[in-house]
Design a protein around this ligand. Structure first.
Ligand SMILES: NC(=O)c1ccc[n+]([C@@H]2O[C@H](COP(=O)([O-])OP(=O)(O)OC[C@H]3O[C@@H](n4cnc5c(N)ncnc54)[C@H](OP(=O)(O)O)[C@@H]3O)[C@@H](O)[C@H]2O)c1
Length: 345
């Protein structure tokens, strides 16, 4: 059994990690940290976990975390992990960070949208945790920068098509929608039920922080600079994410060839489910799981493709993918702990 800790366990991503890891056959969950709830049983904060987990939350102390755990998930807001992670690595720990702190390979890009990076030297050591795409790097890494939820949802269908040179990268428009848990558990007017229910709106339309993250990965895939249009929207629901991405095709291509490109690239990937041409995926079908469902429509007369993908922002978009990455890092069955069956309705 592997001893595992979750830092920031009481946030939405942290609590989802606790849920998944509680059912993981190879994991012994040994330490959960939180400042606000230190000393309180985790099940008193999330009563859904009543009788399933006996741990109390505690404040973060390096020596104690290192004593209790060999693999540490960081589920903190960005800016904090870069201060905690160097010491964890020095103590030989494997770290999967869910924040943006270790997602970028170029520190200037990180600093252009976040803040000065105090552990830049670690960026070249961290693997970008898009599990299916970078599995080889993830297996070798001690540190993972787990991708953003929008980035996961948008990159998974785009990456193979761009790598194969099928899309005109100057034409990319990603129109994505997230449930409110994407904003975290802290109270805010934006996610107040009275402000968001019966409502649907775009936000951060002049620049969301996941855009440069996606551009960096797509630029490497395309071997030419990619600067896509990305507009996020807030959905009046708790969890789930859909992205609809529009692109012009570089050449005449059939729907069969698009499907073959995706199915060949994701052959043997248990969490990627491809729909047949013209069938749209649904967030309800991936809720609580680590699946990414992908559909597309080819508009042959306009030489354009519309790609649709759905994930659970807390699952494949955060904690499910983080556990998948742990499984890859440790050489475990990659699906261990991730067998949740979607609700049929
Ligand atoms: N929500 C999503 O869908 C999603 C998806 C992908 C990635 N992520 C990333 O995952 C991370 C966590 O997101 P979240 O949505 O779970 O946020 P959240 O609900 O706001 O939770 C943040 C957690 O961090 C702890 N924390 C906050 N400030 C702290 C500090 N100064 N020192 C120590 N602990 C602190 C909080 O507990 P205390 O205040 O009690 O310490 C809480 O447990 C973020 O980096 C986010 O970008 C989230």
């Amino acid at each position: 059994m592997i001893n595992v800790g979750v830092v920031g366990a009481t946030g939405y991503a942290g609590a989802e990690l606790v849920r998944i890891l509680t059912g993981h056959p190879d994991v012994n969950l040994t330490i959960l940290t939180s400042r606000q709830y230190a000393g309180q049983p985790f099940e008193s904060i999330y009563p859904a976990m009543k009788g399933l987990i006996g741990l109390d939350c505690e404040t973060y102390e390096l020596a104690r975390v290192c004593d209790k755990a060999d693999v540490i998930f960081m589920a903190l807001p960005h800016k904090l992990p870069m201060t905690f992670v160097p010491d964890l690595l020095k103590n030989g720990k494997k770290v999967i960070d869910l924040s943006a702190d270790f997602r970028f390979s170029d520190p200037d890009k990180y600093e252009s949208v976040y803040q000065p990076h105090t552990s830049k030297e670690l960026l070249s050591q961290s693997a970008y945790g898009l599990s299916e795409v970078f599995a080889d790097q993830i297996k070798q890494a001690q540190l993972i920068g787990n991708p953003g939820c929008y980035a996961t949802c948008i990159l998974l269908p785009l990456y193979p098509l761009i790598k194969e040179g099928l899309l005109d990268t100057s034409s990319l428009i990603a129109d994505a929608k997230s449930g409110a848990s994407g904003a975290g558990r802290a109270l805010s007017l934006t996610t107040h039920i009275c402000e968001m229910t019966e409502s649907f709106k775009a936000y951060k339309v002049t620049g969301h922080r996941h855009k440069p993250e996606m551009d960096e990965i797509l630029t490497a895939a395309a071997k030419t600079p990619v600067d896509m249009t990305f507009i996020p929207h807030l959905l009046p629901m708790a969890r789930g994410m859909e992205s609809t991405t529009y692109a012009s095709l570089k050449k005449n291509i059939t729907s069969r060839e698009i499907r073959d490109c995706l199915s060949d690239y994701y052959a043997g990937c248990p969490f990627i489910r491809l729909h047949e041409h013209g069938k749209a995926p649904d967030t309800a079908h991936v809720r609580g799981t680590n699946f990414c469902d992908i559909g597309f429509v080819l508009e042959e007369t306009r030489n354009r493709i519309v790609i649709m993908s759905v994930i659970d922002n807390l699952g494949k978009g955060a904690s499910g993918q983080a556990v998948h990455n742990m499984n890859l890092m440790l050489g475990l069955d990659e699906t261990a702990g991730l067998h949740a069956i979607p609700y049929p309705v």
